[in-house]
Design a protein around this ligand. Structure first.
Ligand SMILES: Nc1ncnc2c1ncn2[C@@H]1O[C@H](COP(=O)(O)OP(=O)(O)OP(=O)(O)O)[C@@H](O)[C@H]1O
Ligand SMILES: [Mg+2]
Length: 487
């Protein structure tokens, strides 16, 4: 083969042996490639008396056939590529030469299989093969697509994405479970972890910062499960969230006062409801002069301040050693003279240290929890304290919580996919054994459009903020009207 052989396996310069796939590929390509039409598979033969297809249906059918054909060709080319490329040398290869090498191998293989592709198809195939060798294969275009928030793989043939808060099934698939496993393995081994029958699930961070979780068979029953939360370089800020209708300008002004005057804030919400996004946006109200320490399981927060120390917890390695928990980080953080501590998500024993930090001079600390309402959030905190093995009467636990937490902001993803701050609730103290709270703002649902879009509005509850005086003392004079309820 006449190509620069740096990335080629040594000693394989002879003509590539025709693989058994070549035949199949040609047969599948019958309608387009120079092979007898009789070889076309039955499924592609038109029914005897088809209803007159519309122009659109014909175009769709053509497109589908084109995709099927490309898919088959790609499979074969991919096999040949893996046979021919020296995978060890690829690691350090410059992108341009690798692309040229792939294009050359592809060109040669296509000639050999007597397949002619137009320029566009050929460049698609080259790109996909490049992604396969260098990137995450079929996932690569989804990772590059900025409109995709989450990628969810349910076994090799079902890949869903979340766009605008809604899940969609894509047409992208892996070839089979082995192909999917190979990509998972690639991601996981890049971060020095392993996933197999004895370690069937793993968390990792992709090179671009995206959060990655995989679970493999047999624990995953119908093929490996992969969840990716895409990392957004441009985080949504307060103005974006107001523009998207996540909350109003008035609520924004209130939140600014709350953050700037160092209230301790918990962002509560369900999976993917926008907790981390909200936390990140709220952090923009922190003064540039403050020293902020962030603690996360997967570093997602992107604070704009100058003085930020970021920590990421770490699971145990393959030998079961070296784990550093969020709690470890938090305890250490307290010795690092922070003005504020931000914990990405409180989900376990670190709750004790978080509450203590909030109670002992690290005002203005923030975290998120997984809960469906402010009240539910408080119960979650109580449960976490109990689970951490702290023997304390419930009343004592509650007064700790009431003293530590000032504000609970509830994030929610509504049925129509929109993400909204459905409630802002202040914790005002204890009444007997019960933590007292007052809601200041809420999202009121008024109905639903035929399209399924939810109609609603944000409203104040008419309750005056418990922290009004504090806001004033710190120079935040919020207009009284923002607390007035619209009838
Ligand atoms: N108000 C919003 N409008 C549009 N998109 C949003 C909004 N809030 C968050 N998103 C997007 O939704 C996705 C999920 O948000 P985020 O990561 O903040 O959720 P989360 O509640 O922290 O999720 P998890 O429970 O998985 O940690 C992100 O891609 C984010 O960019
Ligand atoms: Mg999150």
């Amino acid at each position: 083969m006449a190509m620069f052989s740096r990335f080629k396996k040594p000693g394989e310069d002879g003509p590539a042996r025709p693989s058994p796939m070549a035949k199949v590929t040609q047969a599948v390509n019958a309608p387009l490639a120079p092979v007898s039409p009789a070889a076309a598979p039955k499924a592609r033969v038109q029914p005897v008396a088809p209803p007159k297809p519309t122009a659109q249906a014909v175009a769709q059918d053509k497109e589908r056939k084109r995709r099927d054909r490309l898919g088959d060709i790609k499979l074969e080319l991919h096999k040949r590529l893996l046979d021919n490329l020296n995978l060890a040398a690829i690691e350090s290869a410059p992108e341009a030469s690798l692309r040229a090498e792939i294009a050359a191998i592809v060109g040669e293989a296509l000639d050999e299989m007597s397949i002619v592709l137009n320029k566009e198809d050929r460049s698609t195939v080259n790109q996909e093969l490049y992604d396969e060798v260098m990137g995450l294969g079929p996932l690569e275009p989804l990772l590059k697509d900025d409109s995709v928030n989450d990628i969810l793989v349910n076994g090799p043939h079902r890949i869903f994405v979340e766009r605008n808060g809604k899940l969609e099934l894509t047409e992208i698939t892996f070839k089979d479970e082995r192909h999917l496993l190979r990509i998972i393995d690639k991601i996981v081994s890049a971060v020095g972890r392993r996933v197999d029958e004895s370690n069937p699930y793993v968390d990792a961070r992709l090179a671009d910062g995206s959060r990655f979780n995989a679970m493999v068979p047999p624990v995953a029953v119908d093929g490996s499960l992969v969840s990716i939360r895409k990392f957004k370089k441009e985080k949504l800020g307060i103005p974006d969230l107001v523009r998207f209708g996540a909350f109003t300008e008035e609520m924004g002004a209130y939140l600014q006062a709350a953050v700037a005057t160092r209230l301790n804030i918990i962002v509560s919400g369900g999976t993917g409801s926008g907790k981390t996004t909200t936390l990140n946006a709220l952090s923009s109200f922190i003064d540039n002069s403050e020293r902020i320490l962030t603690i996360e399981d997967t570093a997602e927060l992107q604070l704009q301040q100058v003085h930020v120390g970021r920590m990421e917890s770490r699971p145990a390695n393959v030998e079961g050693k070296g784990a550093v928990t969020q709690r470890d980080c938090l305890r250490n953080a307290l010795r690092m003279r922070p003005d504020r501590i931000i914990v990405g998500e409180t989900r376990g024993e670190e709750v004790i240290d978080m509450l203590q930090a909030m109670n002992t001079g690290h005002d203005g600390s923030m975290t998120t929890i997984h809960a469906n309402s402010a009240r539910d959030g408080v119960s979650r905190l109580e449960n976490m304290v109990a689970m951490a093995g702290i023997e304390m009467p419930i009343k004592a636990v509650r007064s700790q919580i009431a003293a530590a937490v000032n504000l609970i902001v509830q994030a929610s993803r509504l049925q129509d996919g929109s993400r909204r701050m459905v409630s802002i609730t202040e914790i005002t103290g204890m009444e007997g054994d019960v933590i007292s709270m007052q809601e200041i703002f809420r999202y009121e649902r008024l109905g639903m459009e035929p399209s399924g879009k939810i109609i609603g509005r944000f409203n104040a509850t008419g309750v005056r903020s418990h922290y009004s005086d504090r806001f004033k003392q710190w120079g935040y004079n919020l207009p009284a009207e923002i607390f007035d309820a619209i009838p």
